[in-house]
Design a protein around this ligand. Structure first.
Ligand code: FES
Ligand code: FE2
Length: 369
C-alpha cells in the first residue's frame, strides 16, 4: 500500500491545544442517517449517529484519495465513499470492503482506517476529543494512537432536577487566543456592553476580586457579584438571600459561572473553540431554575454576544497588520495567566514533567469596570 505525504505548506503551528474535548456541533444538527460536517482545529470532520444512537466523528477525508467522506452514503452503520465505494464502519472507521479488489488481491482491507476521533454527546452538543495522535495519523493507524485514558467530556453543573436550558452560539473572526482573552476581559464591559438591563458606563467603579489556582486554570473565588448588574439585583430581591458567584477558567477554553442564592441557581458555560487559525466560535449554554423565561434570556444573551462579536470583527481589522499589543496589570492579568497556563502545559507535555502552575497561591486583582 502506497502512502503519500501531506502538504508541508500547512504545517505552520497555529497554536492549538490538542488532546482536549471540543464541542463540534449541536446534537440536534444530526438527524437520522444524515451526515453533518464541522471543523475543529483545522481538521475537517464528518459526524453522525448510528441507528443504535452512537455518535461518531471521522476525519472528513477518504484515506484513498482524500475526497470528503461526507459526500458518501451512510446507512446507519457503514459509511460508503462516493468515489470508489470503499466502505468504513462508522464507529471504528475501519475499512470493511474495497469493491475494486479481485480474489487474487492480498491487500489487508481491515488494516486501513479513516481518521477518527472519540465522540460524546453532552449538554446538547457533540463533543469530539481532538487527539494529537489522530492528527498525525491522518487516515491510517488503527485507533489513531489514543492515550490510554481519555477524561470524560465536560458537563454543565446543575443543582436541581427541573431547570431551563438554552444554547447560544456566535462566530468570532479571530484566533482562539483573542477569543479567550476577550471573554475573560473585565474592562470592556462598561464600553461594549452598555445597556439599560446590564449596566451604564457611569456605573464604573473600582473592584477587587480574589483569584485562586485550580488544576489547568484559575477561579474567581466565590463572592457577591457586582452591585451594578441588574440581573444579580433581581436574584437577590427574589430570594432575599445573598448571591454568590464562582467563575472558573480552565484550559483549553472553558469559562464556567455558577450563581447561587438560596434555592435558586444559574449555571453557564462558554466554550471558545478554535475552528481555524482565523476563526473561533463561542458555544454558550446556560441552565437555571430562576423564574425567568428562556425566550427573554435569549434576547439578552444574543444582544450581549452580538456586542462582543461586533467588537471582535473590528479588532480583526486591526490585527491584520500584526500590531504590537499590550497586556496591563491588573485588568489583563487573567489573559497573562491564560497564556502562561497554555505555555506551561505545552512545556510539561514536551518534557514529560508535571505542569507548573503560573499562580503560587491566592491573588487579589483590582480594576475599574
Ligand atoms: S477516494 Fe474514497 S474510495 Fe476512493
Ligand atoms: Fe463581552
Amino acid at each position: 500500500m502506497l502512502q503519500t505525504q501531506t502538504d508541508p505548506a500547512s504545517t505552520a503551528d497555529p497554536g492549538f491545544l490538542w488532546d482536549f474535548w471540543y464541542p463540534a456541533l449541536r446534537s440536534s444538527e444530526i438527524r437520522s442517517n444524515n451526515l453533518a460536517t464541522a471543523m475543529l482545529l483545522e481538521v475537517p470532520l464528518v459526524l453522525g449517529r448510528t441507528s443504535e444512537g452512537q455518535a461518531f466523528a471521522m476525519r472528513d477525508s477518504c484515506p484513498h484519495r482524500g475526497i470528503p467522506l461526507s459526500y458518501g452514503h451512510f446507512d446507519g452503520k457503514v459509511l460508503e465513499c462516493s468515489y470508489h465505494g470503499w466502505r468504513f464502519d462508522a464507529c471504528s472507521a475501519q475499512c470493511l470492503e474495497i469493491p475494486s479488489l479481485v480474489s487474487q488481491d492480498n491487500l489487508k482491507v481491515e488494516r486501513i482506517f479513516a481518521g477518527h476521533y472519540p465522540c460524546e454527546e453532552r449538554d446538547g452538543y457533540l463533543w469530539v476529543y481532538m487527539s494529537s495522535g489522530g492528527r498525525r495519523a491522518a487516515g491510517n493507524a488503527p485507533g489513531a494512537r489514543l492515550p490510554e485514558k481519555i477524561p470524560a467530556a465536560p458537563a454543565l453543573a446543575v443543582f436541581s432536577e427541573k431547570y431551563k436550558l438554552t444554547h447560544l452560539t456566535c462566530d468570532l473572526p479571530s484566533h482562539v487566543d483573542q477569543g479567550i482573552i476577550g471573554l475573560m476581559d473585565p474592562a470592556h464591559g462598561p464600553f461594549v456592553h452598555q445597556s439599560w438591563f446590564w449596566r451604564k458606563r457611569a456605573s464604573i467603579h473600582e473592584k477587587q476580586k480574589q483569584f485562586e489556582p485550580i488544576p489547568n486554570g484559575f477561579r474567581m473565588s466565590p463572592h457577591s457579584p457586582s452591585s451594578n448588574s441588574a440581573p444579580y439585583q433581581l436574584l437577590k430581591k427574589i430570594t432575599g438571600e445573598p448571591v454568590t458567584t464562582t467563575i472558573d477558567f480552565v484550559l483549553p477554553n472553558l469559562r464556567t459561572e455558577i450563581d447561587r442564592s438560596g434555592k435558586l441557581w444559574f449555571s453557564s458555560r462558554a466554550a471558545i473553540t478554535p475552528v481555524r487559525r482565523d476563526l473561533c466560535r463561542i458555544d454558550f449554554v446556560a441552565a437555571w431554575n430562576i423564574p425567568f423565561p428562556a425566550a427573554l434570556f435569549r434576547i439578552f444573551g444574543e444582544k450581549f454576544l452580538k456586542q462582543d462579536q461586533q467588537t471582535m470583527i473590528r479588532q480583526a481589522e486591526g490585527l491584520k497588520y500584526k500590531p504590537q499589543l499590550t497586556l496591563i496589570d491588573d485588568a489583563d492579568r487573567q489573559a497573562k495567566w491564560y497564556f502562561a497556563l497554555k505555555a506551561n502545559l505545552l512545556e510539561s507535555r514536551r518534557t514529560g514533567t508535571s505542569m507548573v502552575h503560573p499562580m503560587t497561591g491566592p491573588v487579589t486583582l483590582r480594576w475599574r469596570s
